[in-house]
Ligand binder design. Structure first.
Ligand SMILES: Cc1cc2nc3c(=O)[nH]c(=O)nc-3n(C[C@H](O)[C@H](O)[C@H](O)COP(=O)(O)OP(=O)(O)OC[C@H]3O[C@@H](n4cnc5c(N)ncnc54)[C@H](O)[C@@H]3O)c2cc1C
Length: 388
């Protein structure tokens, strides 16, 4: 019997394998992964520093330990370079193609690269996996100042984490406020002020154009030139300008892709016996790059693969943003939702409740900050499902 093959050993691949094994203890299952197959909590990459965690301490299990516990085969450090949907095979470079019964694409997303000039652009680092985090920790030794390109969710989380360890932080981006588009203005303004007071040096409405090795001061540091002419010296430069779902492999074999690999509510891609979940997938129109939808998708797909065809359902899934100096919970309204924001300040003076309602006063989304995050549970119950 041909095995089920999962490509990817991130939260999506491993959660699916675990959920599948709860329902089927013996069908052959192979995970192929381009990394070393260690399992780790990716969300902790952006708050591990202030918790004093090294990459080794973040890693929960080796691929060998997972393979043994789940009774599966894991081929790590193996890149899938091709898929033959007719023959139902996957090709790993220099290895005989492997046949699959069902193929699951759990390929994740790749950091978008900045278009920069200068002689140190290769040193600008995204932090999107354990090996990036290892390099980041190495670079931080003796570092006093970190520049973060991108004042979005991930950039703000790293800024808060770094500042809480006593490292100076500059954050640069074209927007007027942090997490623009995600946070309503009054909350983004409070976040900006709170992190400023903690020491974050914001450079809004400007972009980084050039990153050079510093010629003056410390030769290991960098000099950043901004579009407004400002110069910033930093010992480490992080890029956090967004992620792009890994769709290329699917696209080359003719699977329908959009922002992500397009699937229906059964996680089925446009070719038979091929499924997708996690950051790479666009499930019934939703490309949601966070943990809760992956868990829901993995549970549904595990049932389908074990013979009980099951559609995924997404309830409302508010996300806690890891900016502990200014706690935030975000339940973003659907892109085309019609309505308006209303705001209420916390009686303590720390935090805001922002609710997005339609003409009939139905709640469609919210953002809570500071002391108002305690209202999360009550409000979540009032939100509509994302995918019913
Ligand atoms: C810094 C950071 C903080 C975050 N914080 C939160 C948070 O607080 N809350 C939250 O809900 N979410 C958070 N997220 C998002 C969440 O971590 C991701 O949505 C989730 O981990 C994605 O899992 P995945 O398995 O889809 O992708 P990944 O973890 O990226 O895994 C993809 C896998 O595919 C493999 N792969 C790719 N291409 C190939 C190939 N051709 N051949 C073989 N293998 C391949 C890779 O090696 C990897 O194993 C955060 C993300 C980041 C980066």
């Amino acid at each position: 019997m041909h095995p089920i093959i999962i490509i990817g050993s991130g939260f999506a691949g491993y959660t699916l394998a675990r959920e599948f094994r709860k329902l089927d203890s013996s069908s052959p299952l192979i995970i192929i992964t381009s990394d070393d197959g260690r399992s780790y909590p990716k969300p902790m990459l952006s708050n591990a520093l202030s918790k004093g965690k090294t990459a080794e301490q973040l890693a929960l299990s080796s691929s060998e330990a997972i393979a043994k516990t789940l009774n599966i085969t894991i081929l790590n450090n193996s890149i899938v370079s091709d898929i033959d949907p007719q023959q139902q095979t996957v090709t790993i470079t220099n290895v005989t193609p492997l046949h699959y019964k069902h193929l699951i694409l759990a390929l994740g997303a790749t950091p978008i690269r900045n278009v920069l000039e200068g002689n140190a652009t290769d040193d600008v680092m995204p932090i999107n996996n354990l090996s990036d985090y290892t390099k980041f920790r190495e670079q931080l030794v003796n570092a006093n100042h970190v520049a973060i390109i991108g004042p979005g969710l991930i950039g703000c989380e790293f800024a808060n984490d770094l500042i809480n360890t006593g490292i100076a932080v500059s954050v640069i981006g074209p927007s007027k406020l942090p997490m623009q588009g995600l946070l309503p203005e009054p909350i983004a303004t409070e976040l900006k002020t709170t992190l400023s007071n903690a020491g974050v040096d914001w450079h809004f409405q400007s972009t980084v154009t050039t990153v050079n090795h510093a010629t003056t001061k410390n030769k290991n540091s960098y000099e950043l030139t901004l579009s407004n002419g400002d110069l910033i010296q930093a010992d480490v430069v992080i890029s956090a300008i967004g992620l792009c779902p890994n769709i290329q492999l699917a696209k080359t074999i003719g699977i329908t892709v959009n922002r992500g690999i397009v699937t229906d509510e059964y996680l089925q891609a446009s070719l038979p016996n091929i499924y997708a979940l996690g950051d790479c997938a666009e499930v019934a129109g939703h490309n949601l790059l966070f943990i809760a939808p992956i868990l829901a998708a993995a549970k549904a797909l595990a049932k389908t693969l074990s013979g009980q065809t099951t559609a995924v359902k997404y309830p409302a899934m508010p996300v806690a943003i890891k900016t502990p100096n200014y706690p935030l919970i975000v339940a973003t309204p659907a892109l085309l939702a019609k309505g308006s924001w209303q705001f209420e300040s916390a009686s303590s003076g720390f935090g805001i409740k922002a609710v997005f309602t339609n003409d009939s006063a139905a709640l469609l989304g919210f953002v809570l900050s500071g002391d108002m995050v305690s209202e999360k549970q009550v409000l979540t119950k009032l939100l509509p499902d994302i995918l019913a």
